[in-house]
Write a protein that binds this ligand. Structure first.
Ligand code: HAM
Length: 441
C-alpha cells in the first residue's frame, strides 16, 4: 500500500484493514461448489426426514444466550457482545439452539417442531486450522417431544449425512447426562471425588470443580484425564426414567444399524444438555479439532427461557470441519467447472443481438451456458470456453450467419458440425446427457 498523507486528514488504514478478519475466511468458487454440494445434500436429507428450513437473526438479545451456559467458555469468554445505537445489549449468535428455541417460544408452532438450519456462528476463539471465529453449522432442532425414537431419528439423520458425503472414518459417541432428578446427586458425588483429587488437577479444572464439575470430565490435560478416568460415572447414577430413555435410544440405534459407542465422559461444551448427548469425531483429523458435529437433548431450555415446558433435541455440524475431514479422506472433491455450451462470437458488434438472443434461448430452456464479454479474439474466447469446462462451443461466424446457421464444436472430440440456427437449441438438448452434467457439477 502506498504511504502518504491520508485524504482529508483521515488516519491511514492498516495493511490488514482490507483483509478478512483473523479467524474468518472467504469462500470463493470453485471451492464454494463443495459448500453448495454439502448444503444441498443436507437440505435434501433433512427435508426427507420432515424438517423445514428455519432462519433466525444473526444476533439476538444477549439474554437468549445466557441459558446456554454462564459456566461455559462459549458464553463467558467467546461471545461477540455489543450495544446497538438504541442501547440494547445484543450478541452475535455463538450457537444455533438457543435462537431456535427462542423462535419456538415466540411463535408457538404445533409440536413436534422439526427444523433445519445453515448459519454462521461467532466465537472469539484462538483461531487455528479447524477452529474459526466465524464458522458455519448445518443443524437440526426437534422441539416438543421427549420420545427416545426422536433421538434415534436425529442421530441417524446426522450419521447418514456423513456417509452420504463419502466419509467413513468417523465415530459416534453417545452418553446420557441425566435430568433434574438424578444429576444433582451425581454432581455431589463427582464434586466430592474431585475435591479429594484437587491437587492432581490442572488450574482450570480446579477452578471449575465447584461450579461446573462436569466440565472437568471434558478436560484433555493428561493429569485430569488420569483423575477423571476413575471418577464416579453418571451412567451409574441415572434415575429409572433416564435409564429407560437411554436404553431405548441405544436399542433404536441398533435396530437401524447405526454403530455407536457409549462414552461416559462425553459432556459437551454447553450447559443446556439433559439426557442423550452425542458427538461425531473424525479419525482422520487431529484430536483437538476432530469433532465434526454434536448435539443432544435440552429438555429444560425452553422453560429456562420463560417458555412452556418443551423438551427438545438437535445437533450442529461444522461445515469447515467436515470439509477438512473430506480432504483428509479424499472424498467430495472440488467440482470441476462445467457448461453445456459456450457461445463464441467470431463476427463482432454486428452479431451482438444474435449472440445475446441465442444465449438467452439456451439458458431459458434449461441449458448451462455462458459467453465472453469485451470483444475478445476467437482464440481467447475458445480458451475461456475450455477453462469454463464447456461441452460444446457454438460459434457464430460470418459465413454461417449468412446461411442462417451456426457451427457447433464438440470440445471432447474436436469435431465440428454446421447446424441451422433455428435447430441448434434442440440439437444441443438432444446431444447433452444430463447425467453426465450432474456427474461433472
Ligand atoms: P457445538 O459442539 O458447540 O454445538 O458445535 C457444533 C459443531 O460446530 C462442532 O462439532 C464443530 O464441528 C463445529 N464448531 C464449533 N466451534 C467451531 C469453531 N470455532 N470453528 C469451526 N467449527 C466449529 C453447538 O453449537 C450446539 N448448538 C449443537 C446442538 C444443536 N445441540 C443441540 N442442538
Amino acid at each position: 500500500m502506498q504511504e502518504g498523507p491520508a485524504p482529508e486528514g483521515k488516519p491511514q488504514p492498516s495493511a490488514d484493514a482490507y483483509r478478512a478478519p483473523v479467524g474468518t475466511h472467504d469462500v470463493l468458487p470453485p471451492e464454494s461448489g463443495r459448500w453448495a454440494a454439502l448444503v444441498a445434500k443436507f437440505a435434501a436429507r433433512a427435508t426427507r426426514f420432515g424438517y423445514g428450513l428455519v432462519m433466525t437473526p444473526a444476533y439476538e438479545h444477549i439474554e437468549v444466550f445466557q441459558r446456554v451456559g454462564e459456566g461455559t467458555d462459549v458464553v463467558r469468554k467467546e461471545m461477540y457482545e455489543f450495544e446497538d445505537k438504541g442501547g440494547r445489549r445484543l450478541a452475535l449468535r455463538p450457537e444455533g439452539t438457543a435462537p431456535v428455541v427462542r423462535a419456538y417460544i415466540q411463535h408457538r408452532p404445533t409440536p413436534p417442531w422439526k427444523v433445519w438450519y445453515l448459519s454462521p456462528h461467532f466465537r472469539h476463539e484462538k483461531a487455528q486450522r479447524g477452529r474459526y471465529r466465524q464458522h458455519h453449522q448445518l443443524g437440526v432442532e426437534a422441539i416438543g417431544v421427549d420420545d427416545p425414537a426422536l433421538d434415534v431419528e436425529v442421530i441417524s439423520l446426522a450419521q447418514g449425512f456423513f456417509t452420504s458425503v463419502g466419509l467413513t472414518r468417523f465415530r459416534l459417541a453417545i452418553n446420557s447426562l441425566g435430568d433434574g432428578q438424578c444429576r444433582p446427586g451425581y454432581l455431589e458425588a463427582l464434586r466430592s471425588y474431585l475435591r479429594a483429587h484437587a491437587d492432581e488437577l490442572c488450574e482450570d479444572s480446579r477452578s471449575r470443580l465447584e461450579a461446573n464439575p462436569l466440565r472437568v470430565l471434558d478436560c484433555k490435560v493428561p493429569a485430569c484425564v488420569a483423575v477423571t478416568e476413575r471418577a464416579p460415572q453418571l451412567l451409574e447414577h441415572l434415575c429409572a426414567d433416564c435409564k429407560t430413555h437411554f436404553e431405548a435410544v441405544q436399542a433404536g440405534l441398533d435396530a437401524i444399524g447405526v454403530t455407536h459407542e457409549i462414552e461416559p465422559r462425553l459432556v459437551r461444551g454447553l450447559d443446556y444438555y439433559t439426557r442423550t448427548t452425542f458427538e461425531f469425531a473424525s479419525e482422520a483429523l487431529e484430536s483437538a479439532q476432530n469433532a465434526l458435529g454434536g448435539g443432544g437433548r435440552y429438555d429444560r431450555l425452553a422453560e429456562e427461557m420463560g417458555g412452556p415446558p418443551s423438551p427438545g433435541i438437535g445437533f450442529g455440524i461444522g461445515i469447515e470441519r467436515v470439509l477438512i475431514a473430506c480432504d483428509a479422506e479424499g472424498v467430495l472433491s472440488t467440482p470441476k467447472p462445467y457448461l453445456d455450451a459456450y457461445v463464441v462470437d467470431a463476427v463482432g458488434p454486428e452479431a451482438g443481438a444474435e449472440v445475446a438472443a441465442l444465449l438467452a434461448e439456451l439458458r431459458e430452456t434449461g441449458l448451462f451456458a455462458d459467453r465472453a464479454y469485451g470483444g475478445r479474439s476467437v482464440k481467447a474466447q475458445t480458451k475461456s470456453a475450455d477453462r469454463a469446462g464447456a461441452r460444446y462451443v457454438v460459434l457464430i461466424g460470418r459465413a454461417e450467419m449468412e446461411k442462417g446457421a451456426v457451427a457447433v464444436r464438440d470440445m471432447e472430440s474436436g469435431e465440428q458440425v454446421e447446424v441451422p440456427r433455428s435447430r441448434v437449441v434442440g440439437w444441443l438438448h438432444d446431444h447433452i446427457d444430463p447425467t453426465h452434467r450432474d456427474a461433472r457439477r
